[in-house]
Design a binder for this molecule. Sequence first.
Ligand code: NIG
Ligand code: FE
Length: 438
Amino acid sequence: MSGDLLVIGAAEVVTLAGGLRRGSAQGDVATVRGEASGPLAVAVLGGQVAAVGRGSDVRTVLEGQGVDVAGLPHLDAAGGTVTPGLVDAHTHLLFAGSRESELGLRQKGATYLEILAAGGGILSTVDRTRAATDEELLTHGRRWATEMLSHGVTTAEVKSGYGLDAATELRLLATYGRLAADGPLELVPTFLGAHAVPREFRDRPDATEAYVRDVIERQLPAVAEQGIARFCDVFCEAGVFDADQSRRVLEAGARLGLRPRLHADEIHDSGGAALAVEVGAASADHLAAISDAGIEALGLAADRGAAVVATLLPATTLYLMSGHYAPARRLIERGVPVALGSDFNPGTSPTPNLALVLTIACLQLRLTPSEALAAATINAAHALGLGESHGALEAGRVGDLVIWDVPRHELIPYWVGADLIRAVVKGGSIVRERASTP
Ligand code: NIG
Ligand code: FE
């Protein structure tokens, strides 16, 4: 039956069983190692994880359920490591064009917000995206979704935000729907109408206010009516949308059933982390400029069981050359659950490679390899509201996994930018497989 698979011959299986990770447990990846017990196995039946552990034990469990083990499709991990499929908790997958010229501007000293204020940045991508056909957007989406998958990502959050008018925002979200239907990458769509104030509003004295009203009164109701987004996001940043404007958008979204998440405290402290707690956001993202009060607000929320996941995006900080990374160690010490995302977008993070982000997180955020892996699996799943079904290899969860050609998970971020992936499995189906053994 499709969705059935028996992975055999693993040296290590990183299960991430046990729920959201935070504090001293951020790096507890619940690993099963094969040294003493012999090769390990993972069984997926009907698209869901059925059993994980010593090969002979997994066979016994399956036989006990009346499964014809010999008749299952087998996949040999050949002494590699099996992890849950990676979850990318923050991407801007759909856009048109590219912005390589901004790299040169930044190398000469221009800042990201200066380029945006001068009508470049996000706004130049909006021009290109509005002019693109649905088919062009779909082709772009397929290309980069396929690339994400090849780096081990089986589920990704995907934002609109390069339309900035009702028609184009709806077109972007509808295109995510078509991409998701094609599969195999699973997509979690987010409406980000409040990404920037578009050109047609900029000459008005009340530009930002007028656009916030457009988002709340026109765009959000249309998105909610079509049921094509799960979350509502805002770029809460000095000179873009302030905390009050962000609150109004997020609350309006929540009233329409879209859960809040936000770009918070990326470049300046804008009170974004505290706002995320106030509105019950699933995630507060970036946080490179979070204040002490912001860290405390996230810590208190986690302590009272209402955690807002801190989704950190270190590839963005690297690409912006700001040198000012999110205080990941302080967040972890304060008990805030940390997730990771690529922030794939044409301006600040043109990388679809979440495996590479794990390495950047180790080098620049000082996460351990285990902490980084938890951040890109179970915690990222929680950041997307999928914490009970995705992000871990536990019986009953989705059968999404990656086989890495290394004998233990610490080697995944160690081999910087290397192609380590033997196979990617989505819902028990092999969706990527290396043709030859290295
Ligand atoms: O997460 N900061 C806002 N949004 C994106 C960048 C979008 C762009 O520059 O096109 C981010 O970094
Ligand atoms: Fe972003």
